[in-house]
Design a protein around this ligand. Structure first.
Ligand SMILES: NC(=O)c1ccc[n+]([C@@H]2O[C@H](COP(=O)([O-])OP(=O)(O)OC[C@H]3O[C@@H](n4cnc5c(N)ncnc54)[C@H](OP(=O)(O)O)[C@@H]3O)[C@@H](O)[C@H]2O)c1
Length: 255
């Protein structure tokens, strides 16, 4: 029997997660695919198997911690060793600032922060015991600057980056690599409305790059590279000026 490495991907029914699944399938990995839309997952699993992978599809809502634990333990029974876990599932959207309730923003925070800890933490004891493995989260360049009406999204991406920064020195001692990927605009269904007018990287191209980063990296990676310039400018431009510019940019929406 040939030895296969393993990868577990949340949010594999679409976009970056789906394209990453195909990359790992081409490299003959055992792949755990999870998302809420299980019919889509089954089709993606079939394609992964055709590409040379060994895929298992699990219907999973990452906001449900107990189910995350169950699915993780089911997948662990299928693998020789647990190599890579990618917390990719995420949503974007309006905060609903004027809704007089916190439902919209809380749903984003719950999916993008709690969903990440729910997905990754059931695997950590196994990686620690193995003395090997890689944890990955999909943060965003949106975690480096405030986006009006999208405070939930931006802050969720800061939070997971910070969790990874805090865990990295601890888990590196057990040879567990911690990779935070901060993409700019990638052409996937999450990009809606005016954002669709920004230059976007094709998702398959991004997935090839992310595959390489995950193979070699241990740190925070911004992609494409030119967003690093914007991030640097955000650090040196005074907050008052940023606030002024954003007010001007978004003033039409308030009228
Ligand atoms: N595309 C970009 O420009 C961009 C930029 C920066 C960061 N990112 C990040 O990259 C990640 C992937 O996004 P994408 O661009 O590939 O968007 P996408 O095509 O909309 O994919 C999002 C995935 O997350 C899953 N998901 C959402 N809520 C879930 C939940 N509660 N439980 C389980 N799965 C859930 C969706 O599956 P189901 O609906 O089937 O559950 C879907 O598979 C996200 O974390 C996003 O914030 C994307």
């Amino acid at each position: 029997m040939t030895y296969r490495k393993s990868v577990f991907i949340t949010g594999a029914s679409s976009g970056i997660g789906k394209s990453l699944a195909f990359e790992y399938a081409k490299k003959k990995y055992i792949i755990g695919l999870t998302a809420r839309r299980d019919q889509l997952l089954k089709e993606i699993a079939l394609k992964c198997n055709k590409l040379g992978g060994e895929a298992y599809a699990y219907k999973l809502d990452v906001t449900n911690g107990e189910n995350c634990k169950k699915v993780a333990s089911e997948f662990l029974k299928k693998v020789n060793s647990m190599d890579i876990i990618i917390a990719n599932a995420g949503i974007s959207g309006d905060d609903g600032i004027y809704d007089s309730n916190s439902k919209k923003i809380n749903n984003i925070l719950n999916t993008n922060i709690i969903g990440v800890t729910n997905s990754l933490m059931p695997f950590i004891p196994t990686l620690k015991k193995q003395g090997d493995g890689t944890l990955v989260c999909l943060s965003s360049v949106a975690g480096f600057f405030p986006i009006p009406y999208r405070g939930g999204y931006s802050s969720s991406k800061v939070a997971i980056r910070m969790i990874f920064d805090a865990w990295r020195p601890i888990l590196n001692k057990y040879n567990i690599k911690m990779i935070t990927i901060c993409p700019g605009f990638i052409d996937t269904p999450i990009i809606k409305g005016p954002a669709e007018n920004f230059p976007m990287v094709p998702v398959d191209k991004a997935a090839i790059k992310f595959f390489r980063i995950i193979k070699r990296g241990n740190g925070t990676y911004v992609y494409p590279w030119y967003y690093r310039i914007i991030i640097f400018l955000m650090l040196i431009i005074p907050n008052k000026l940023i606030n002024f510019i954003l007010k001007r940019m978004f003033s039409r929406r308030e009228r």
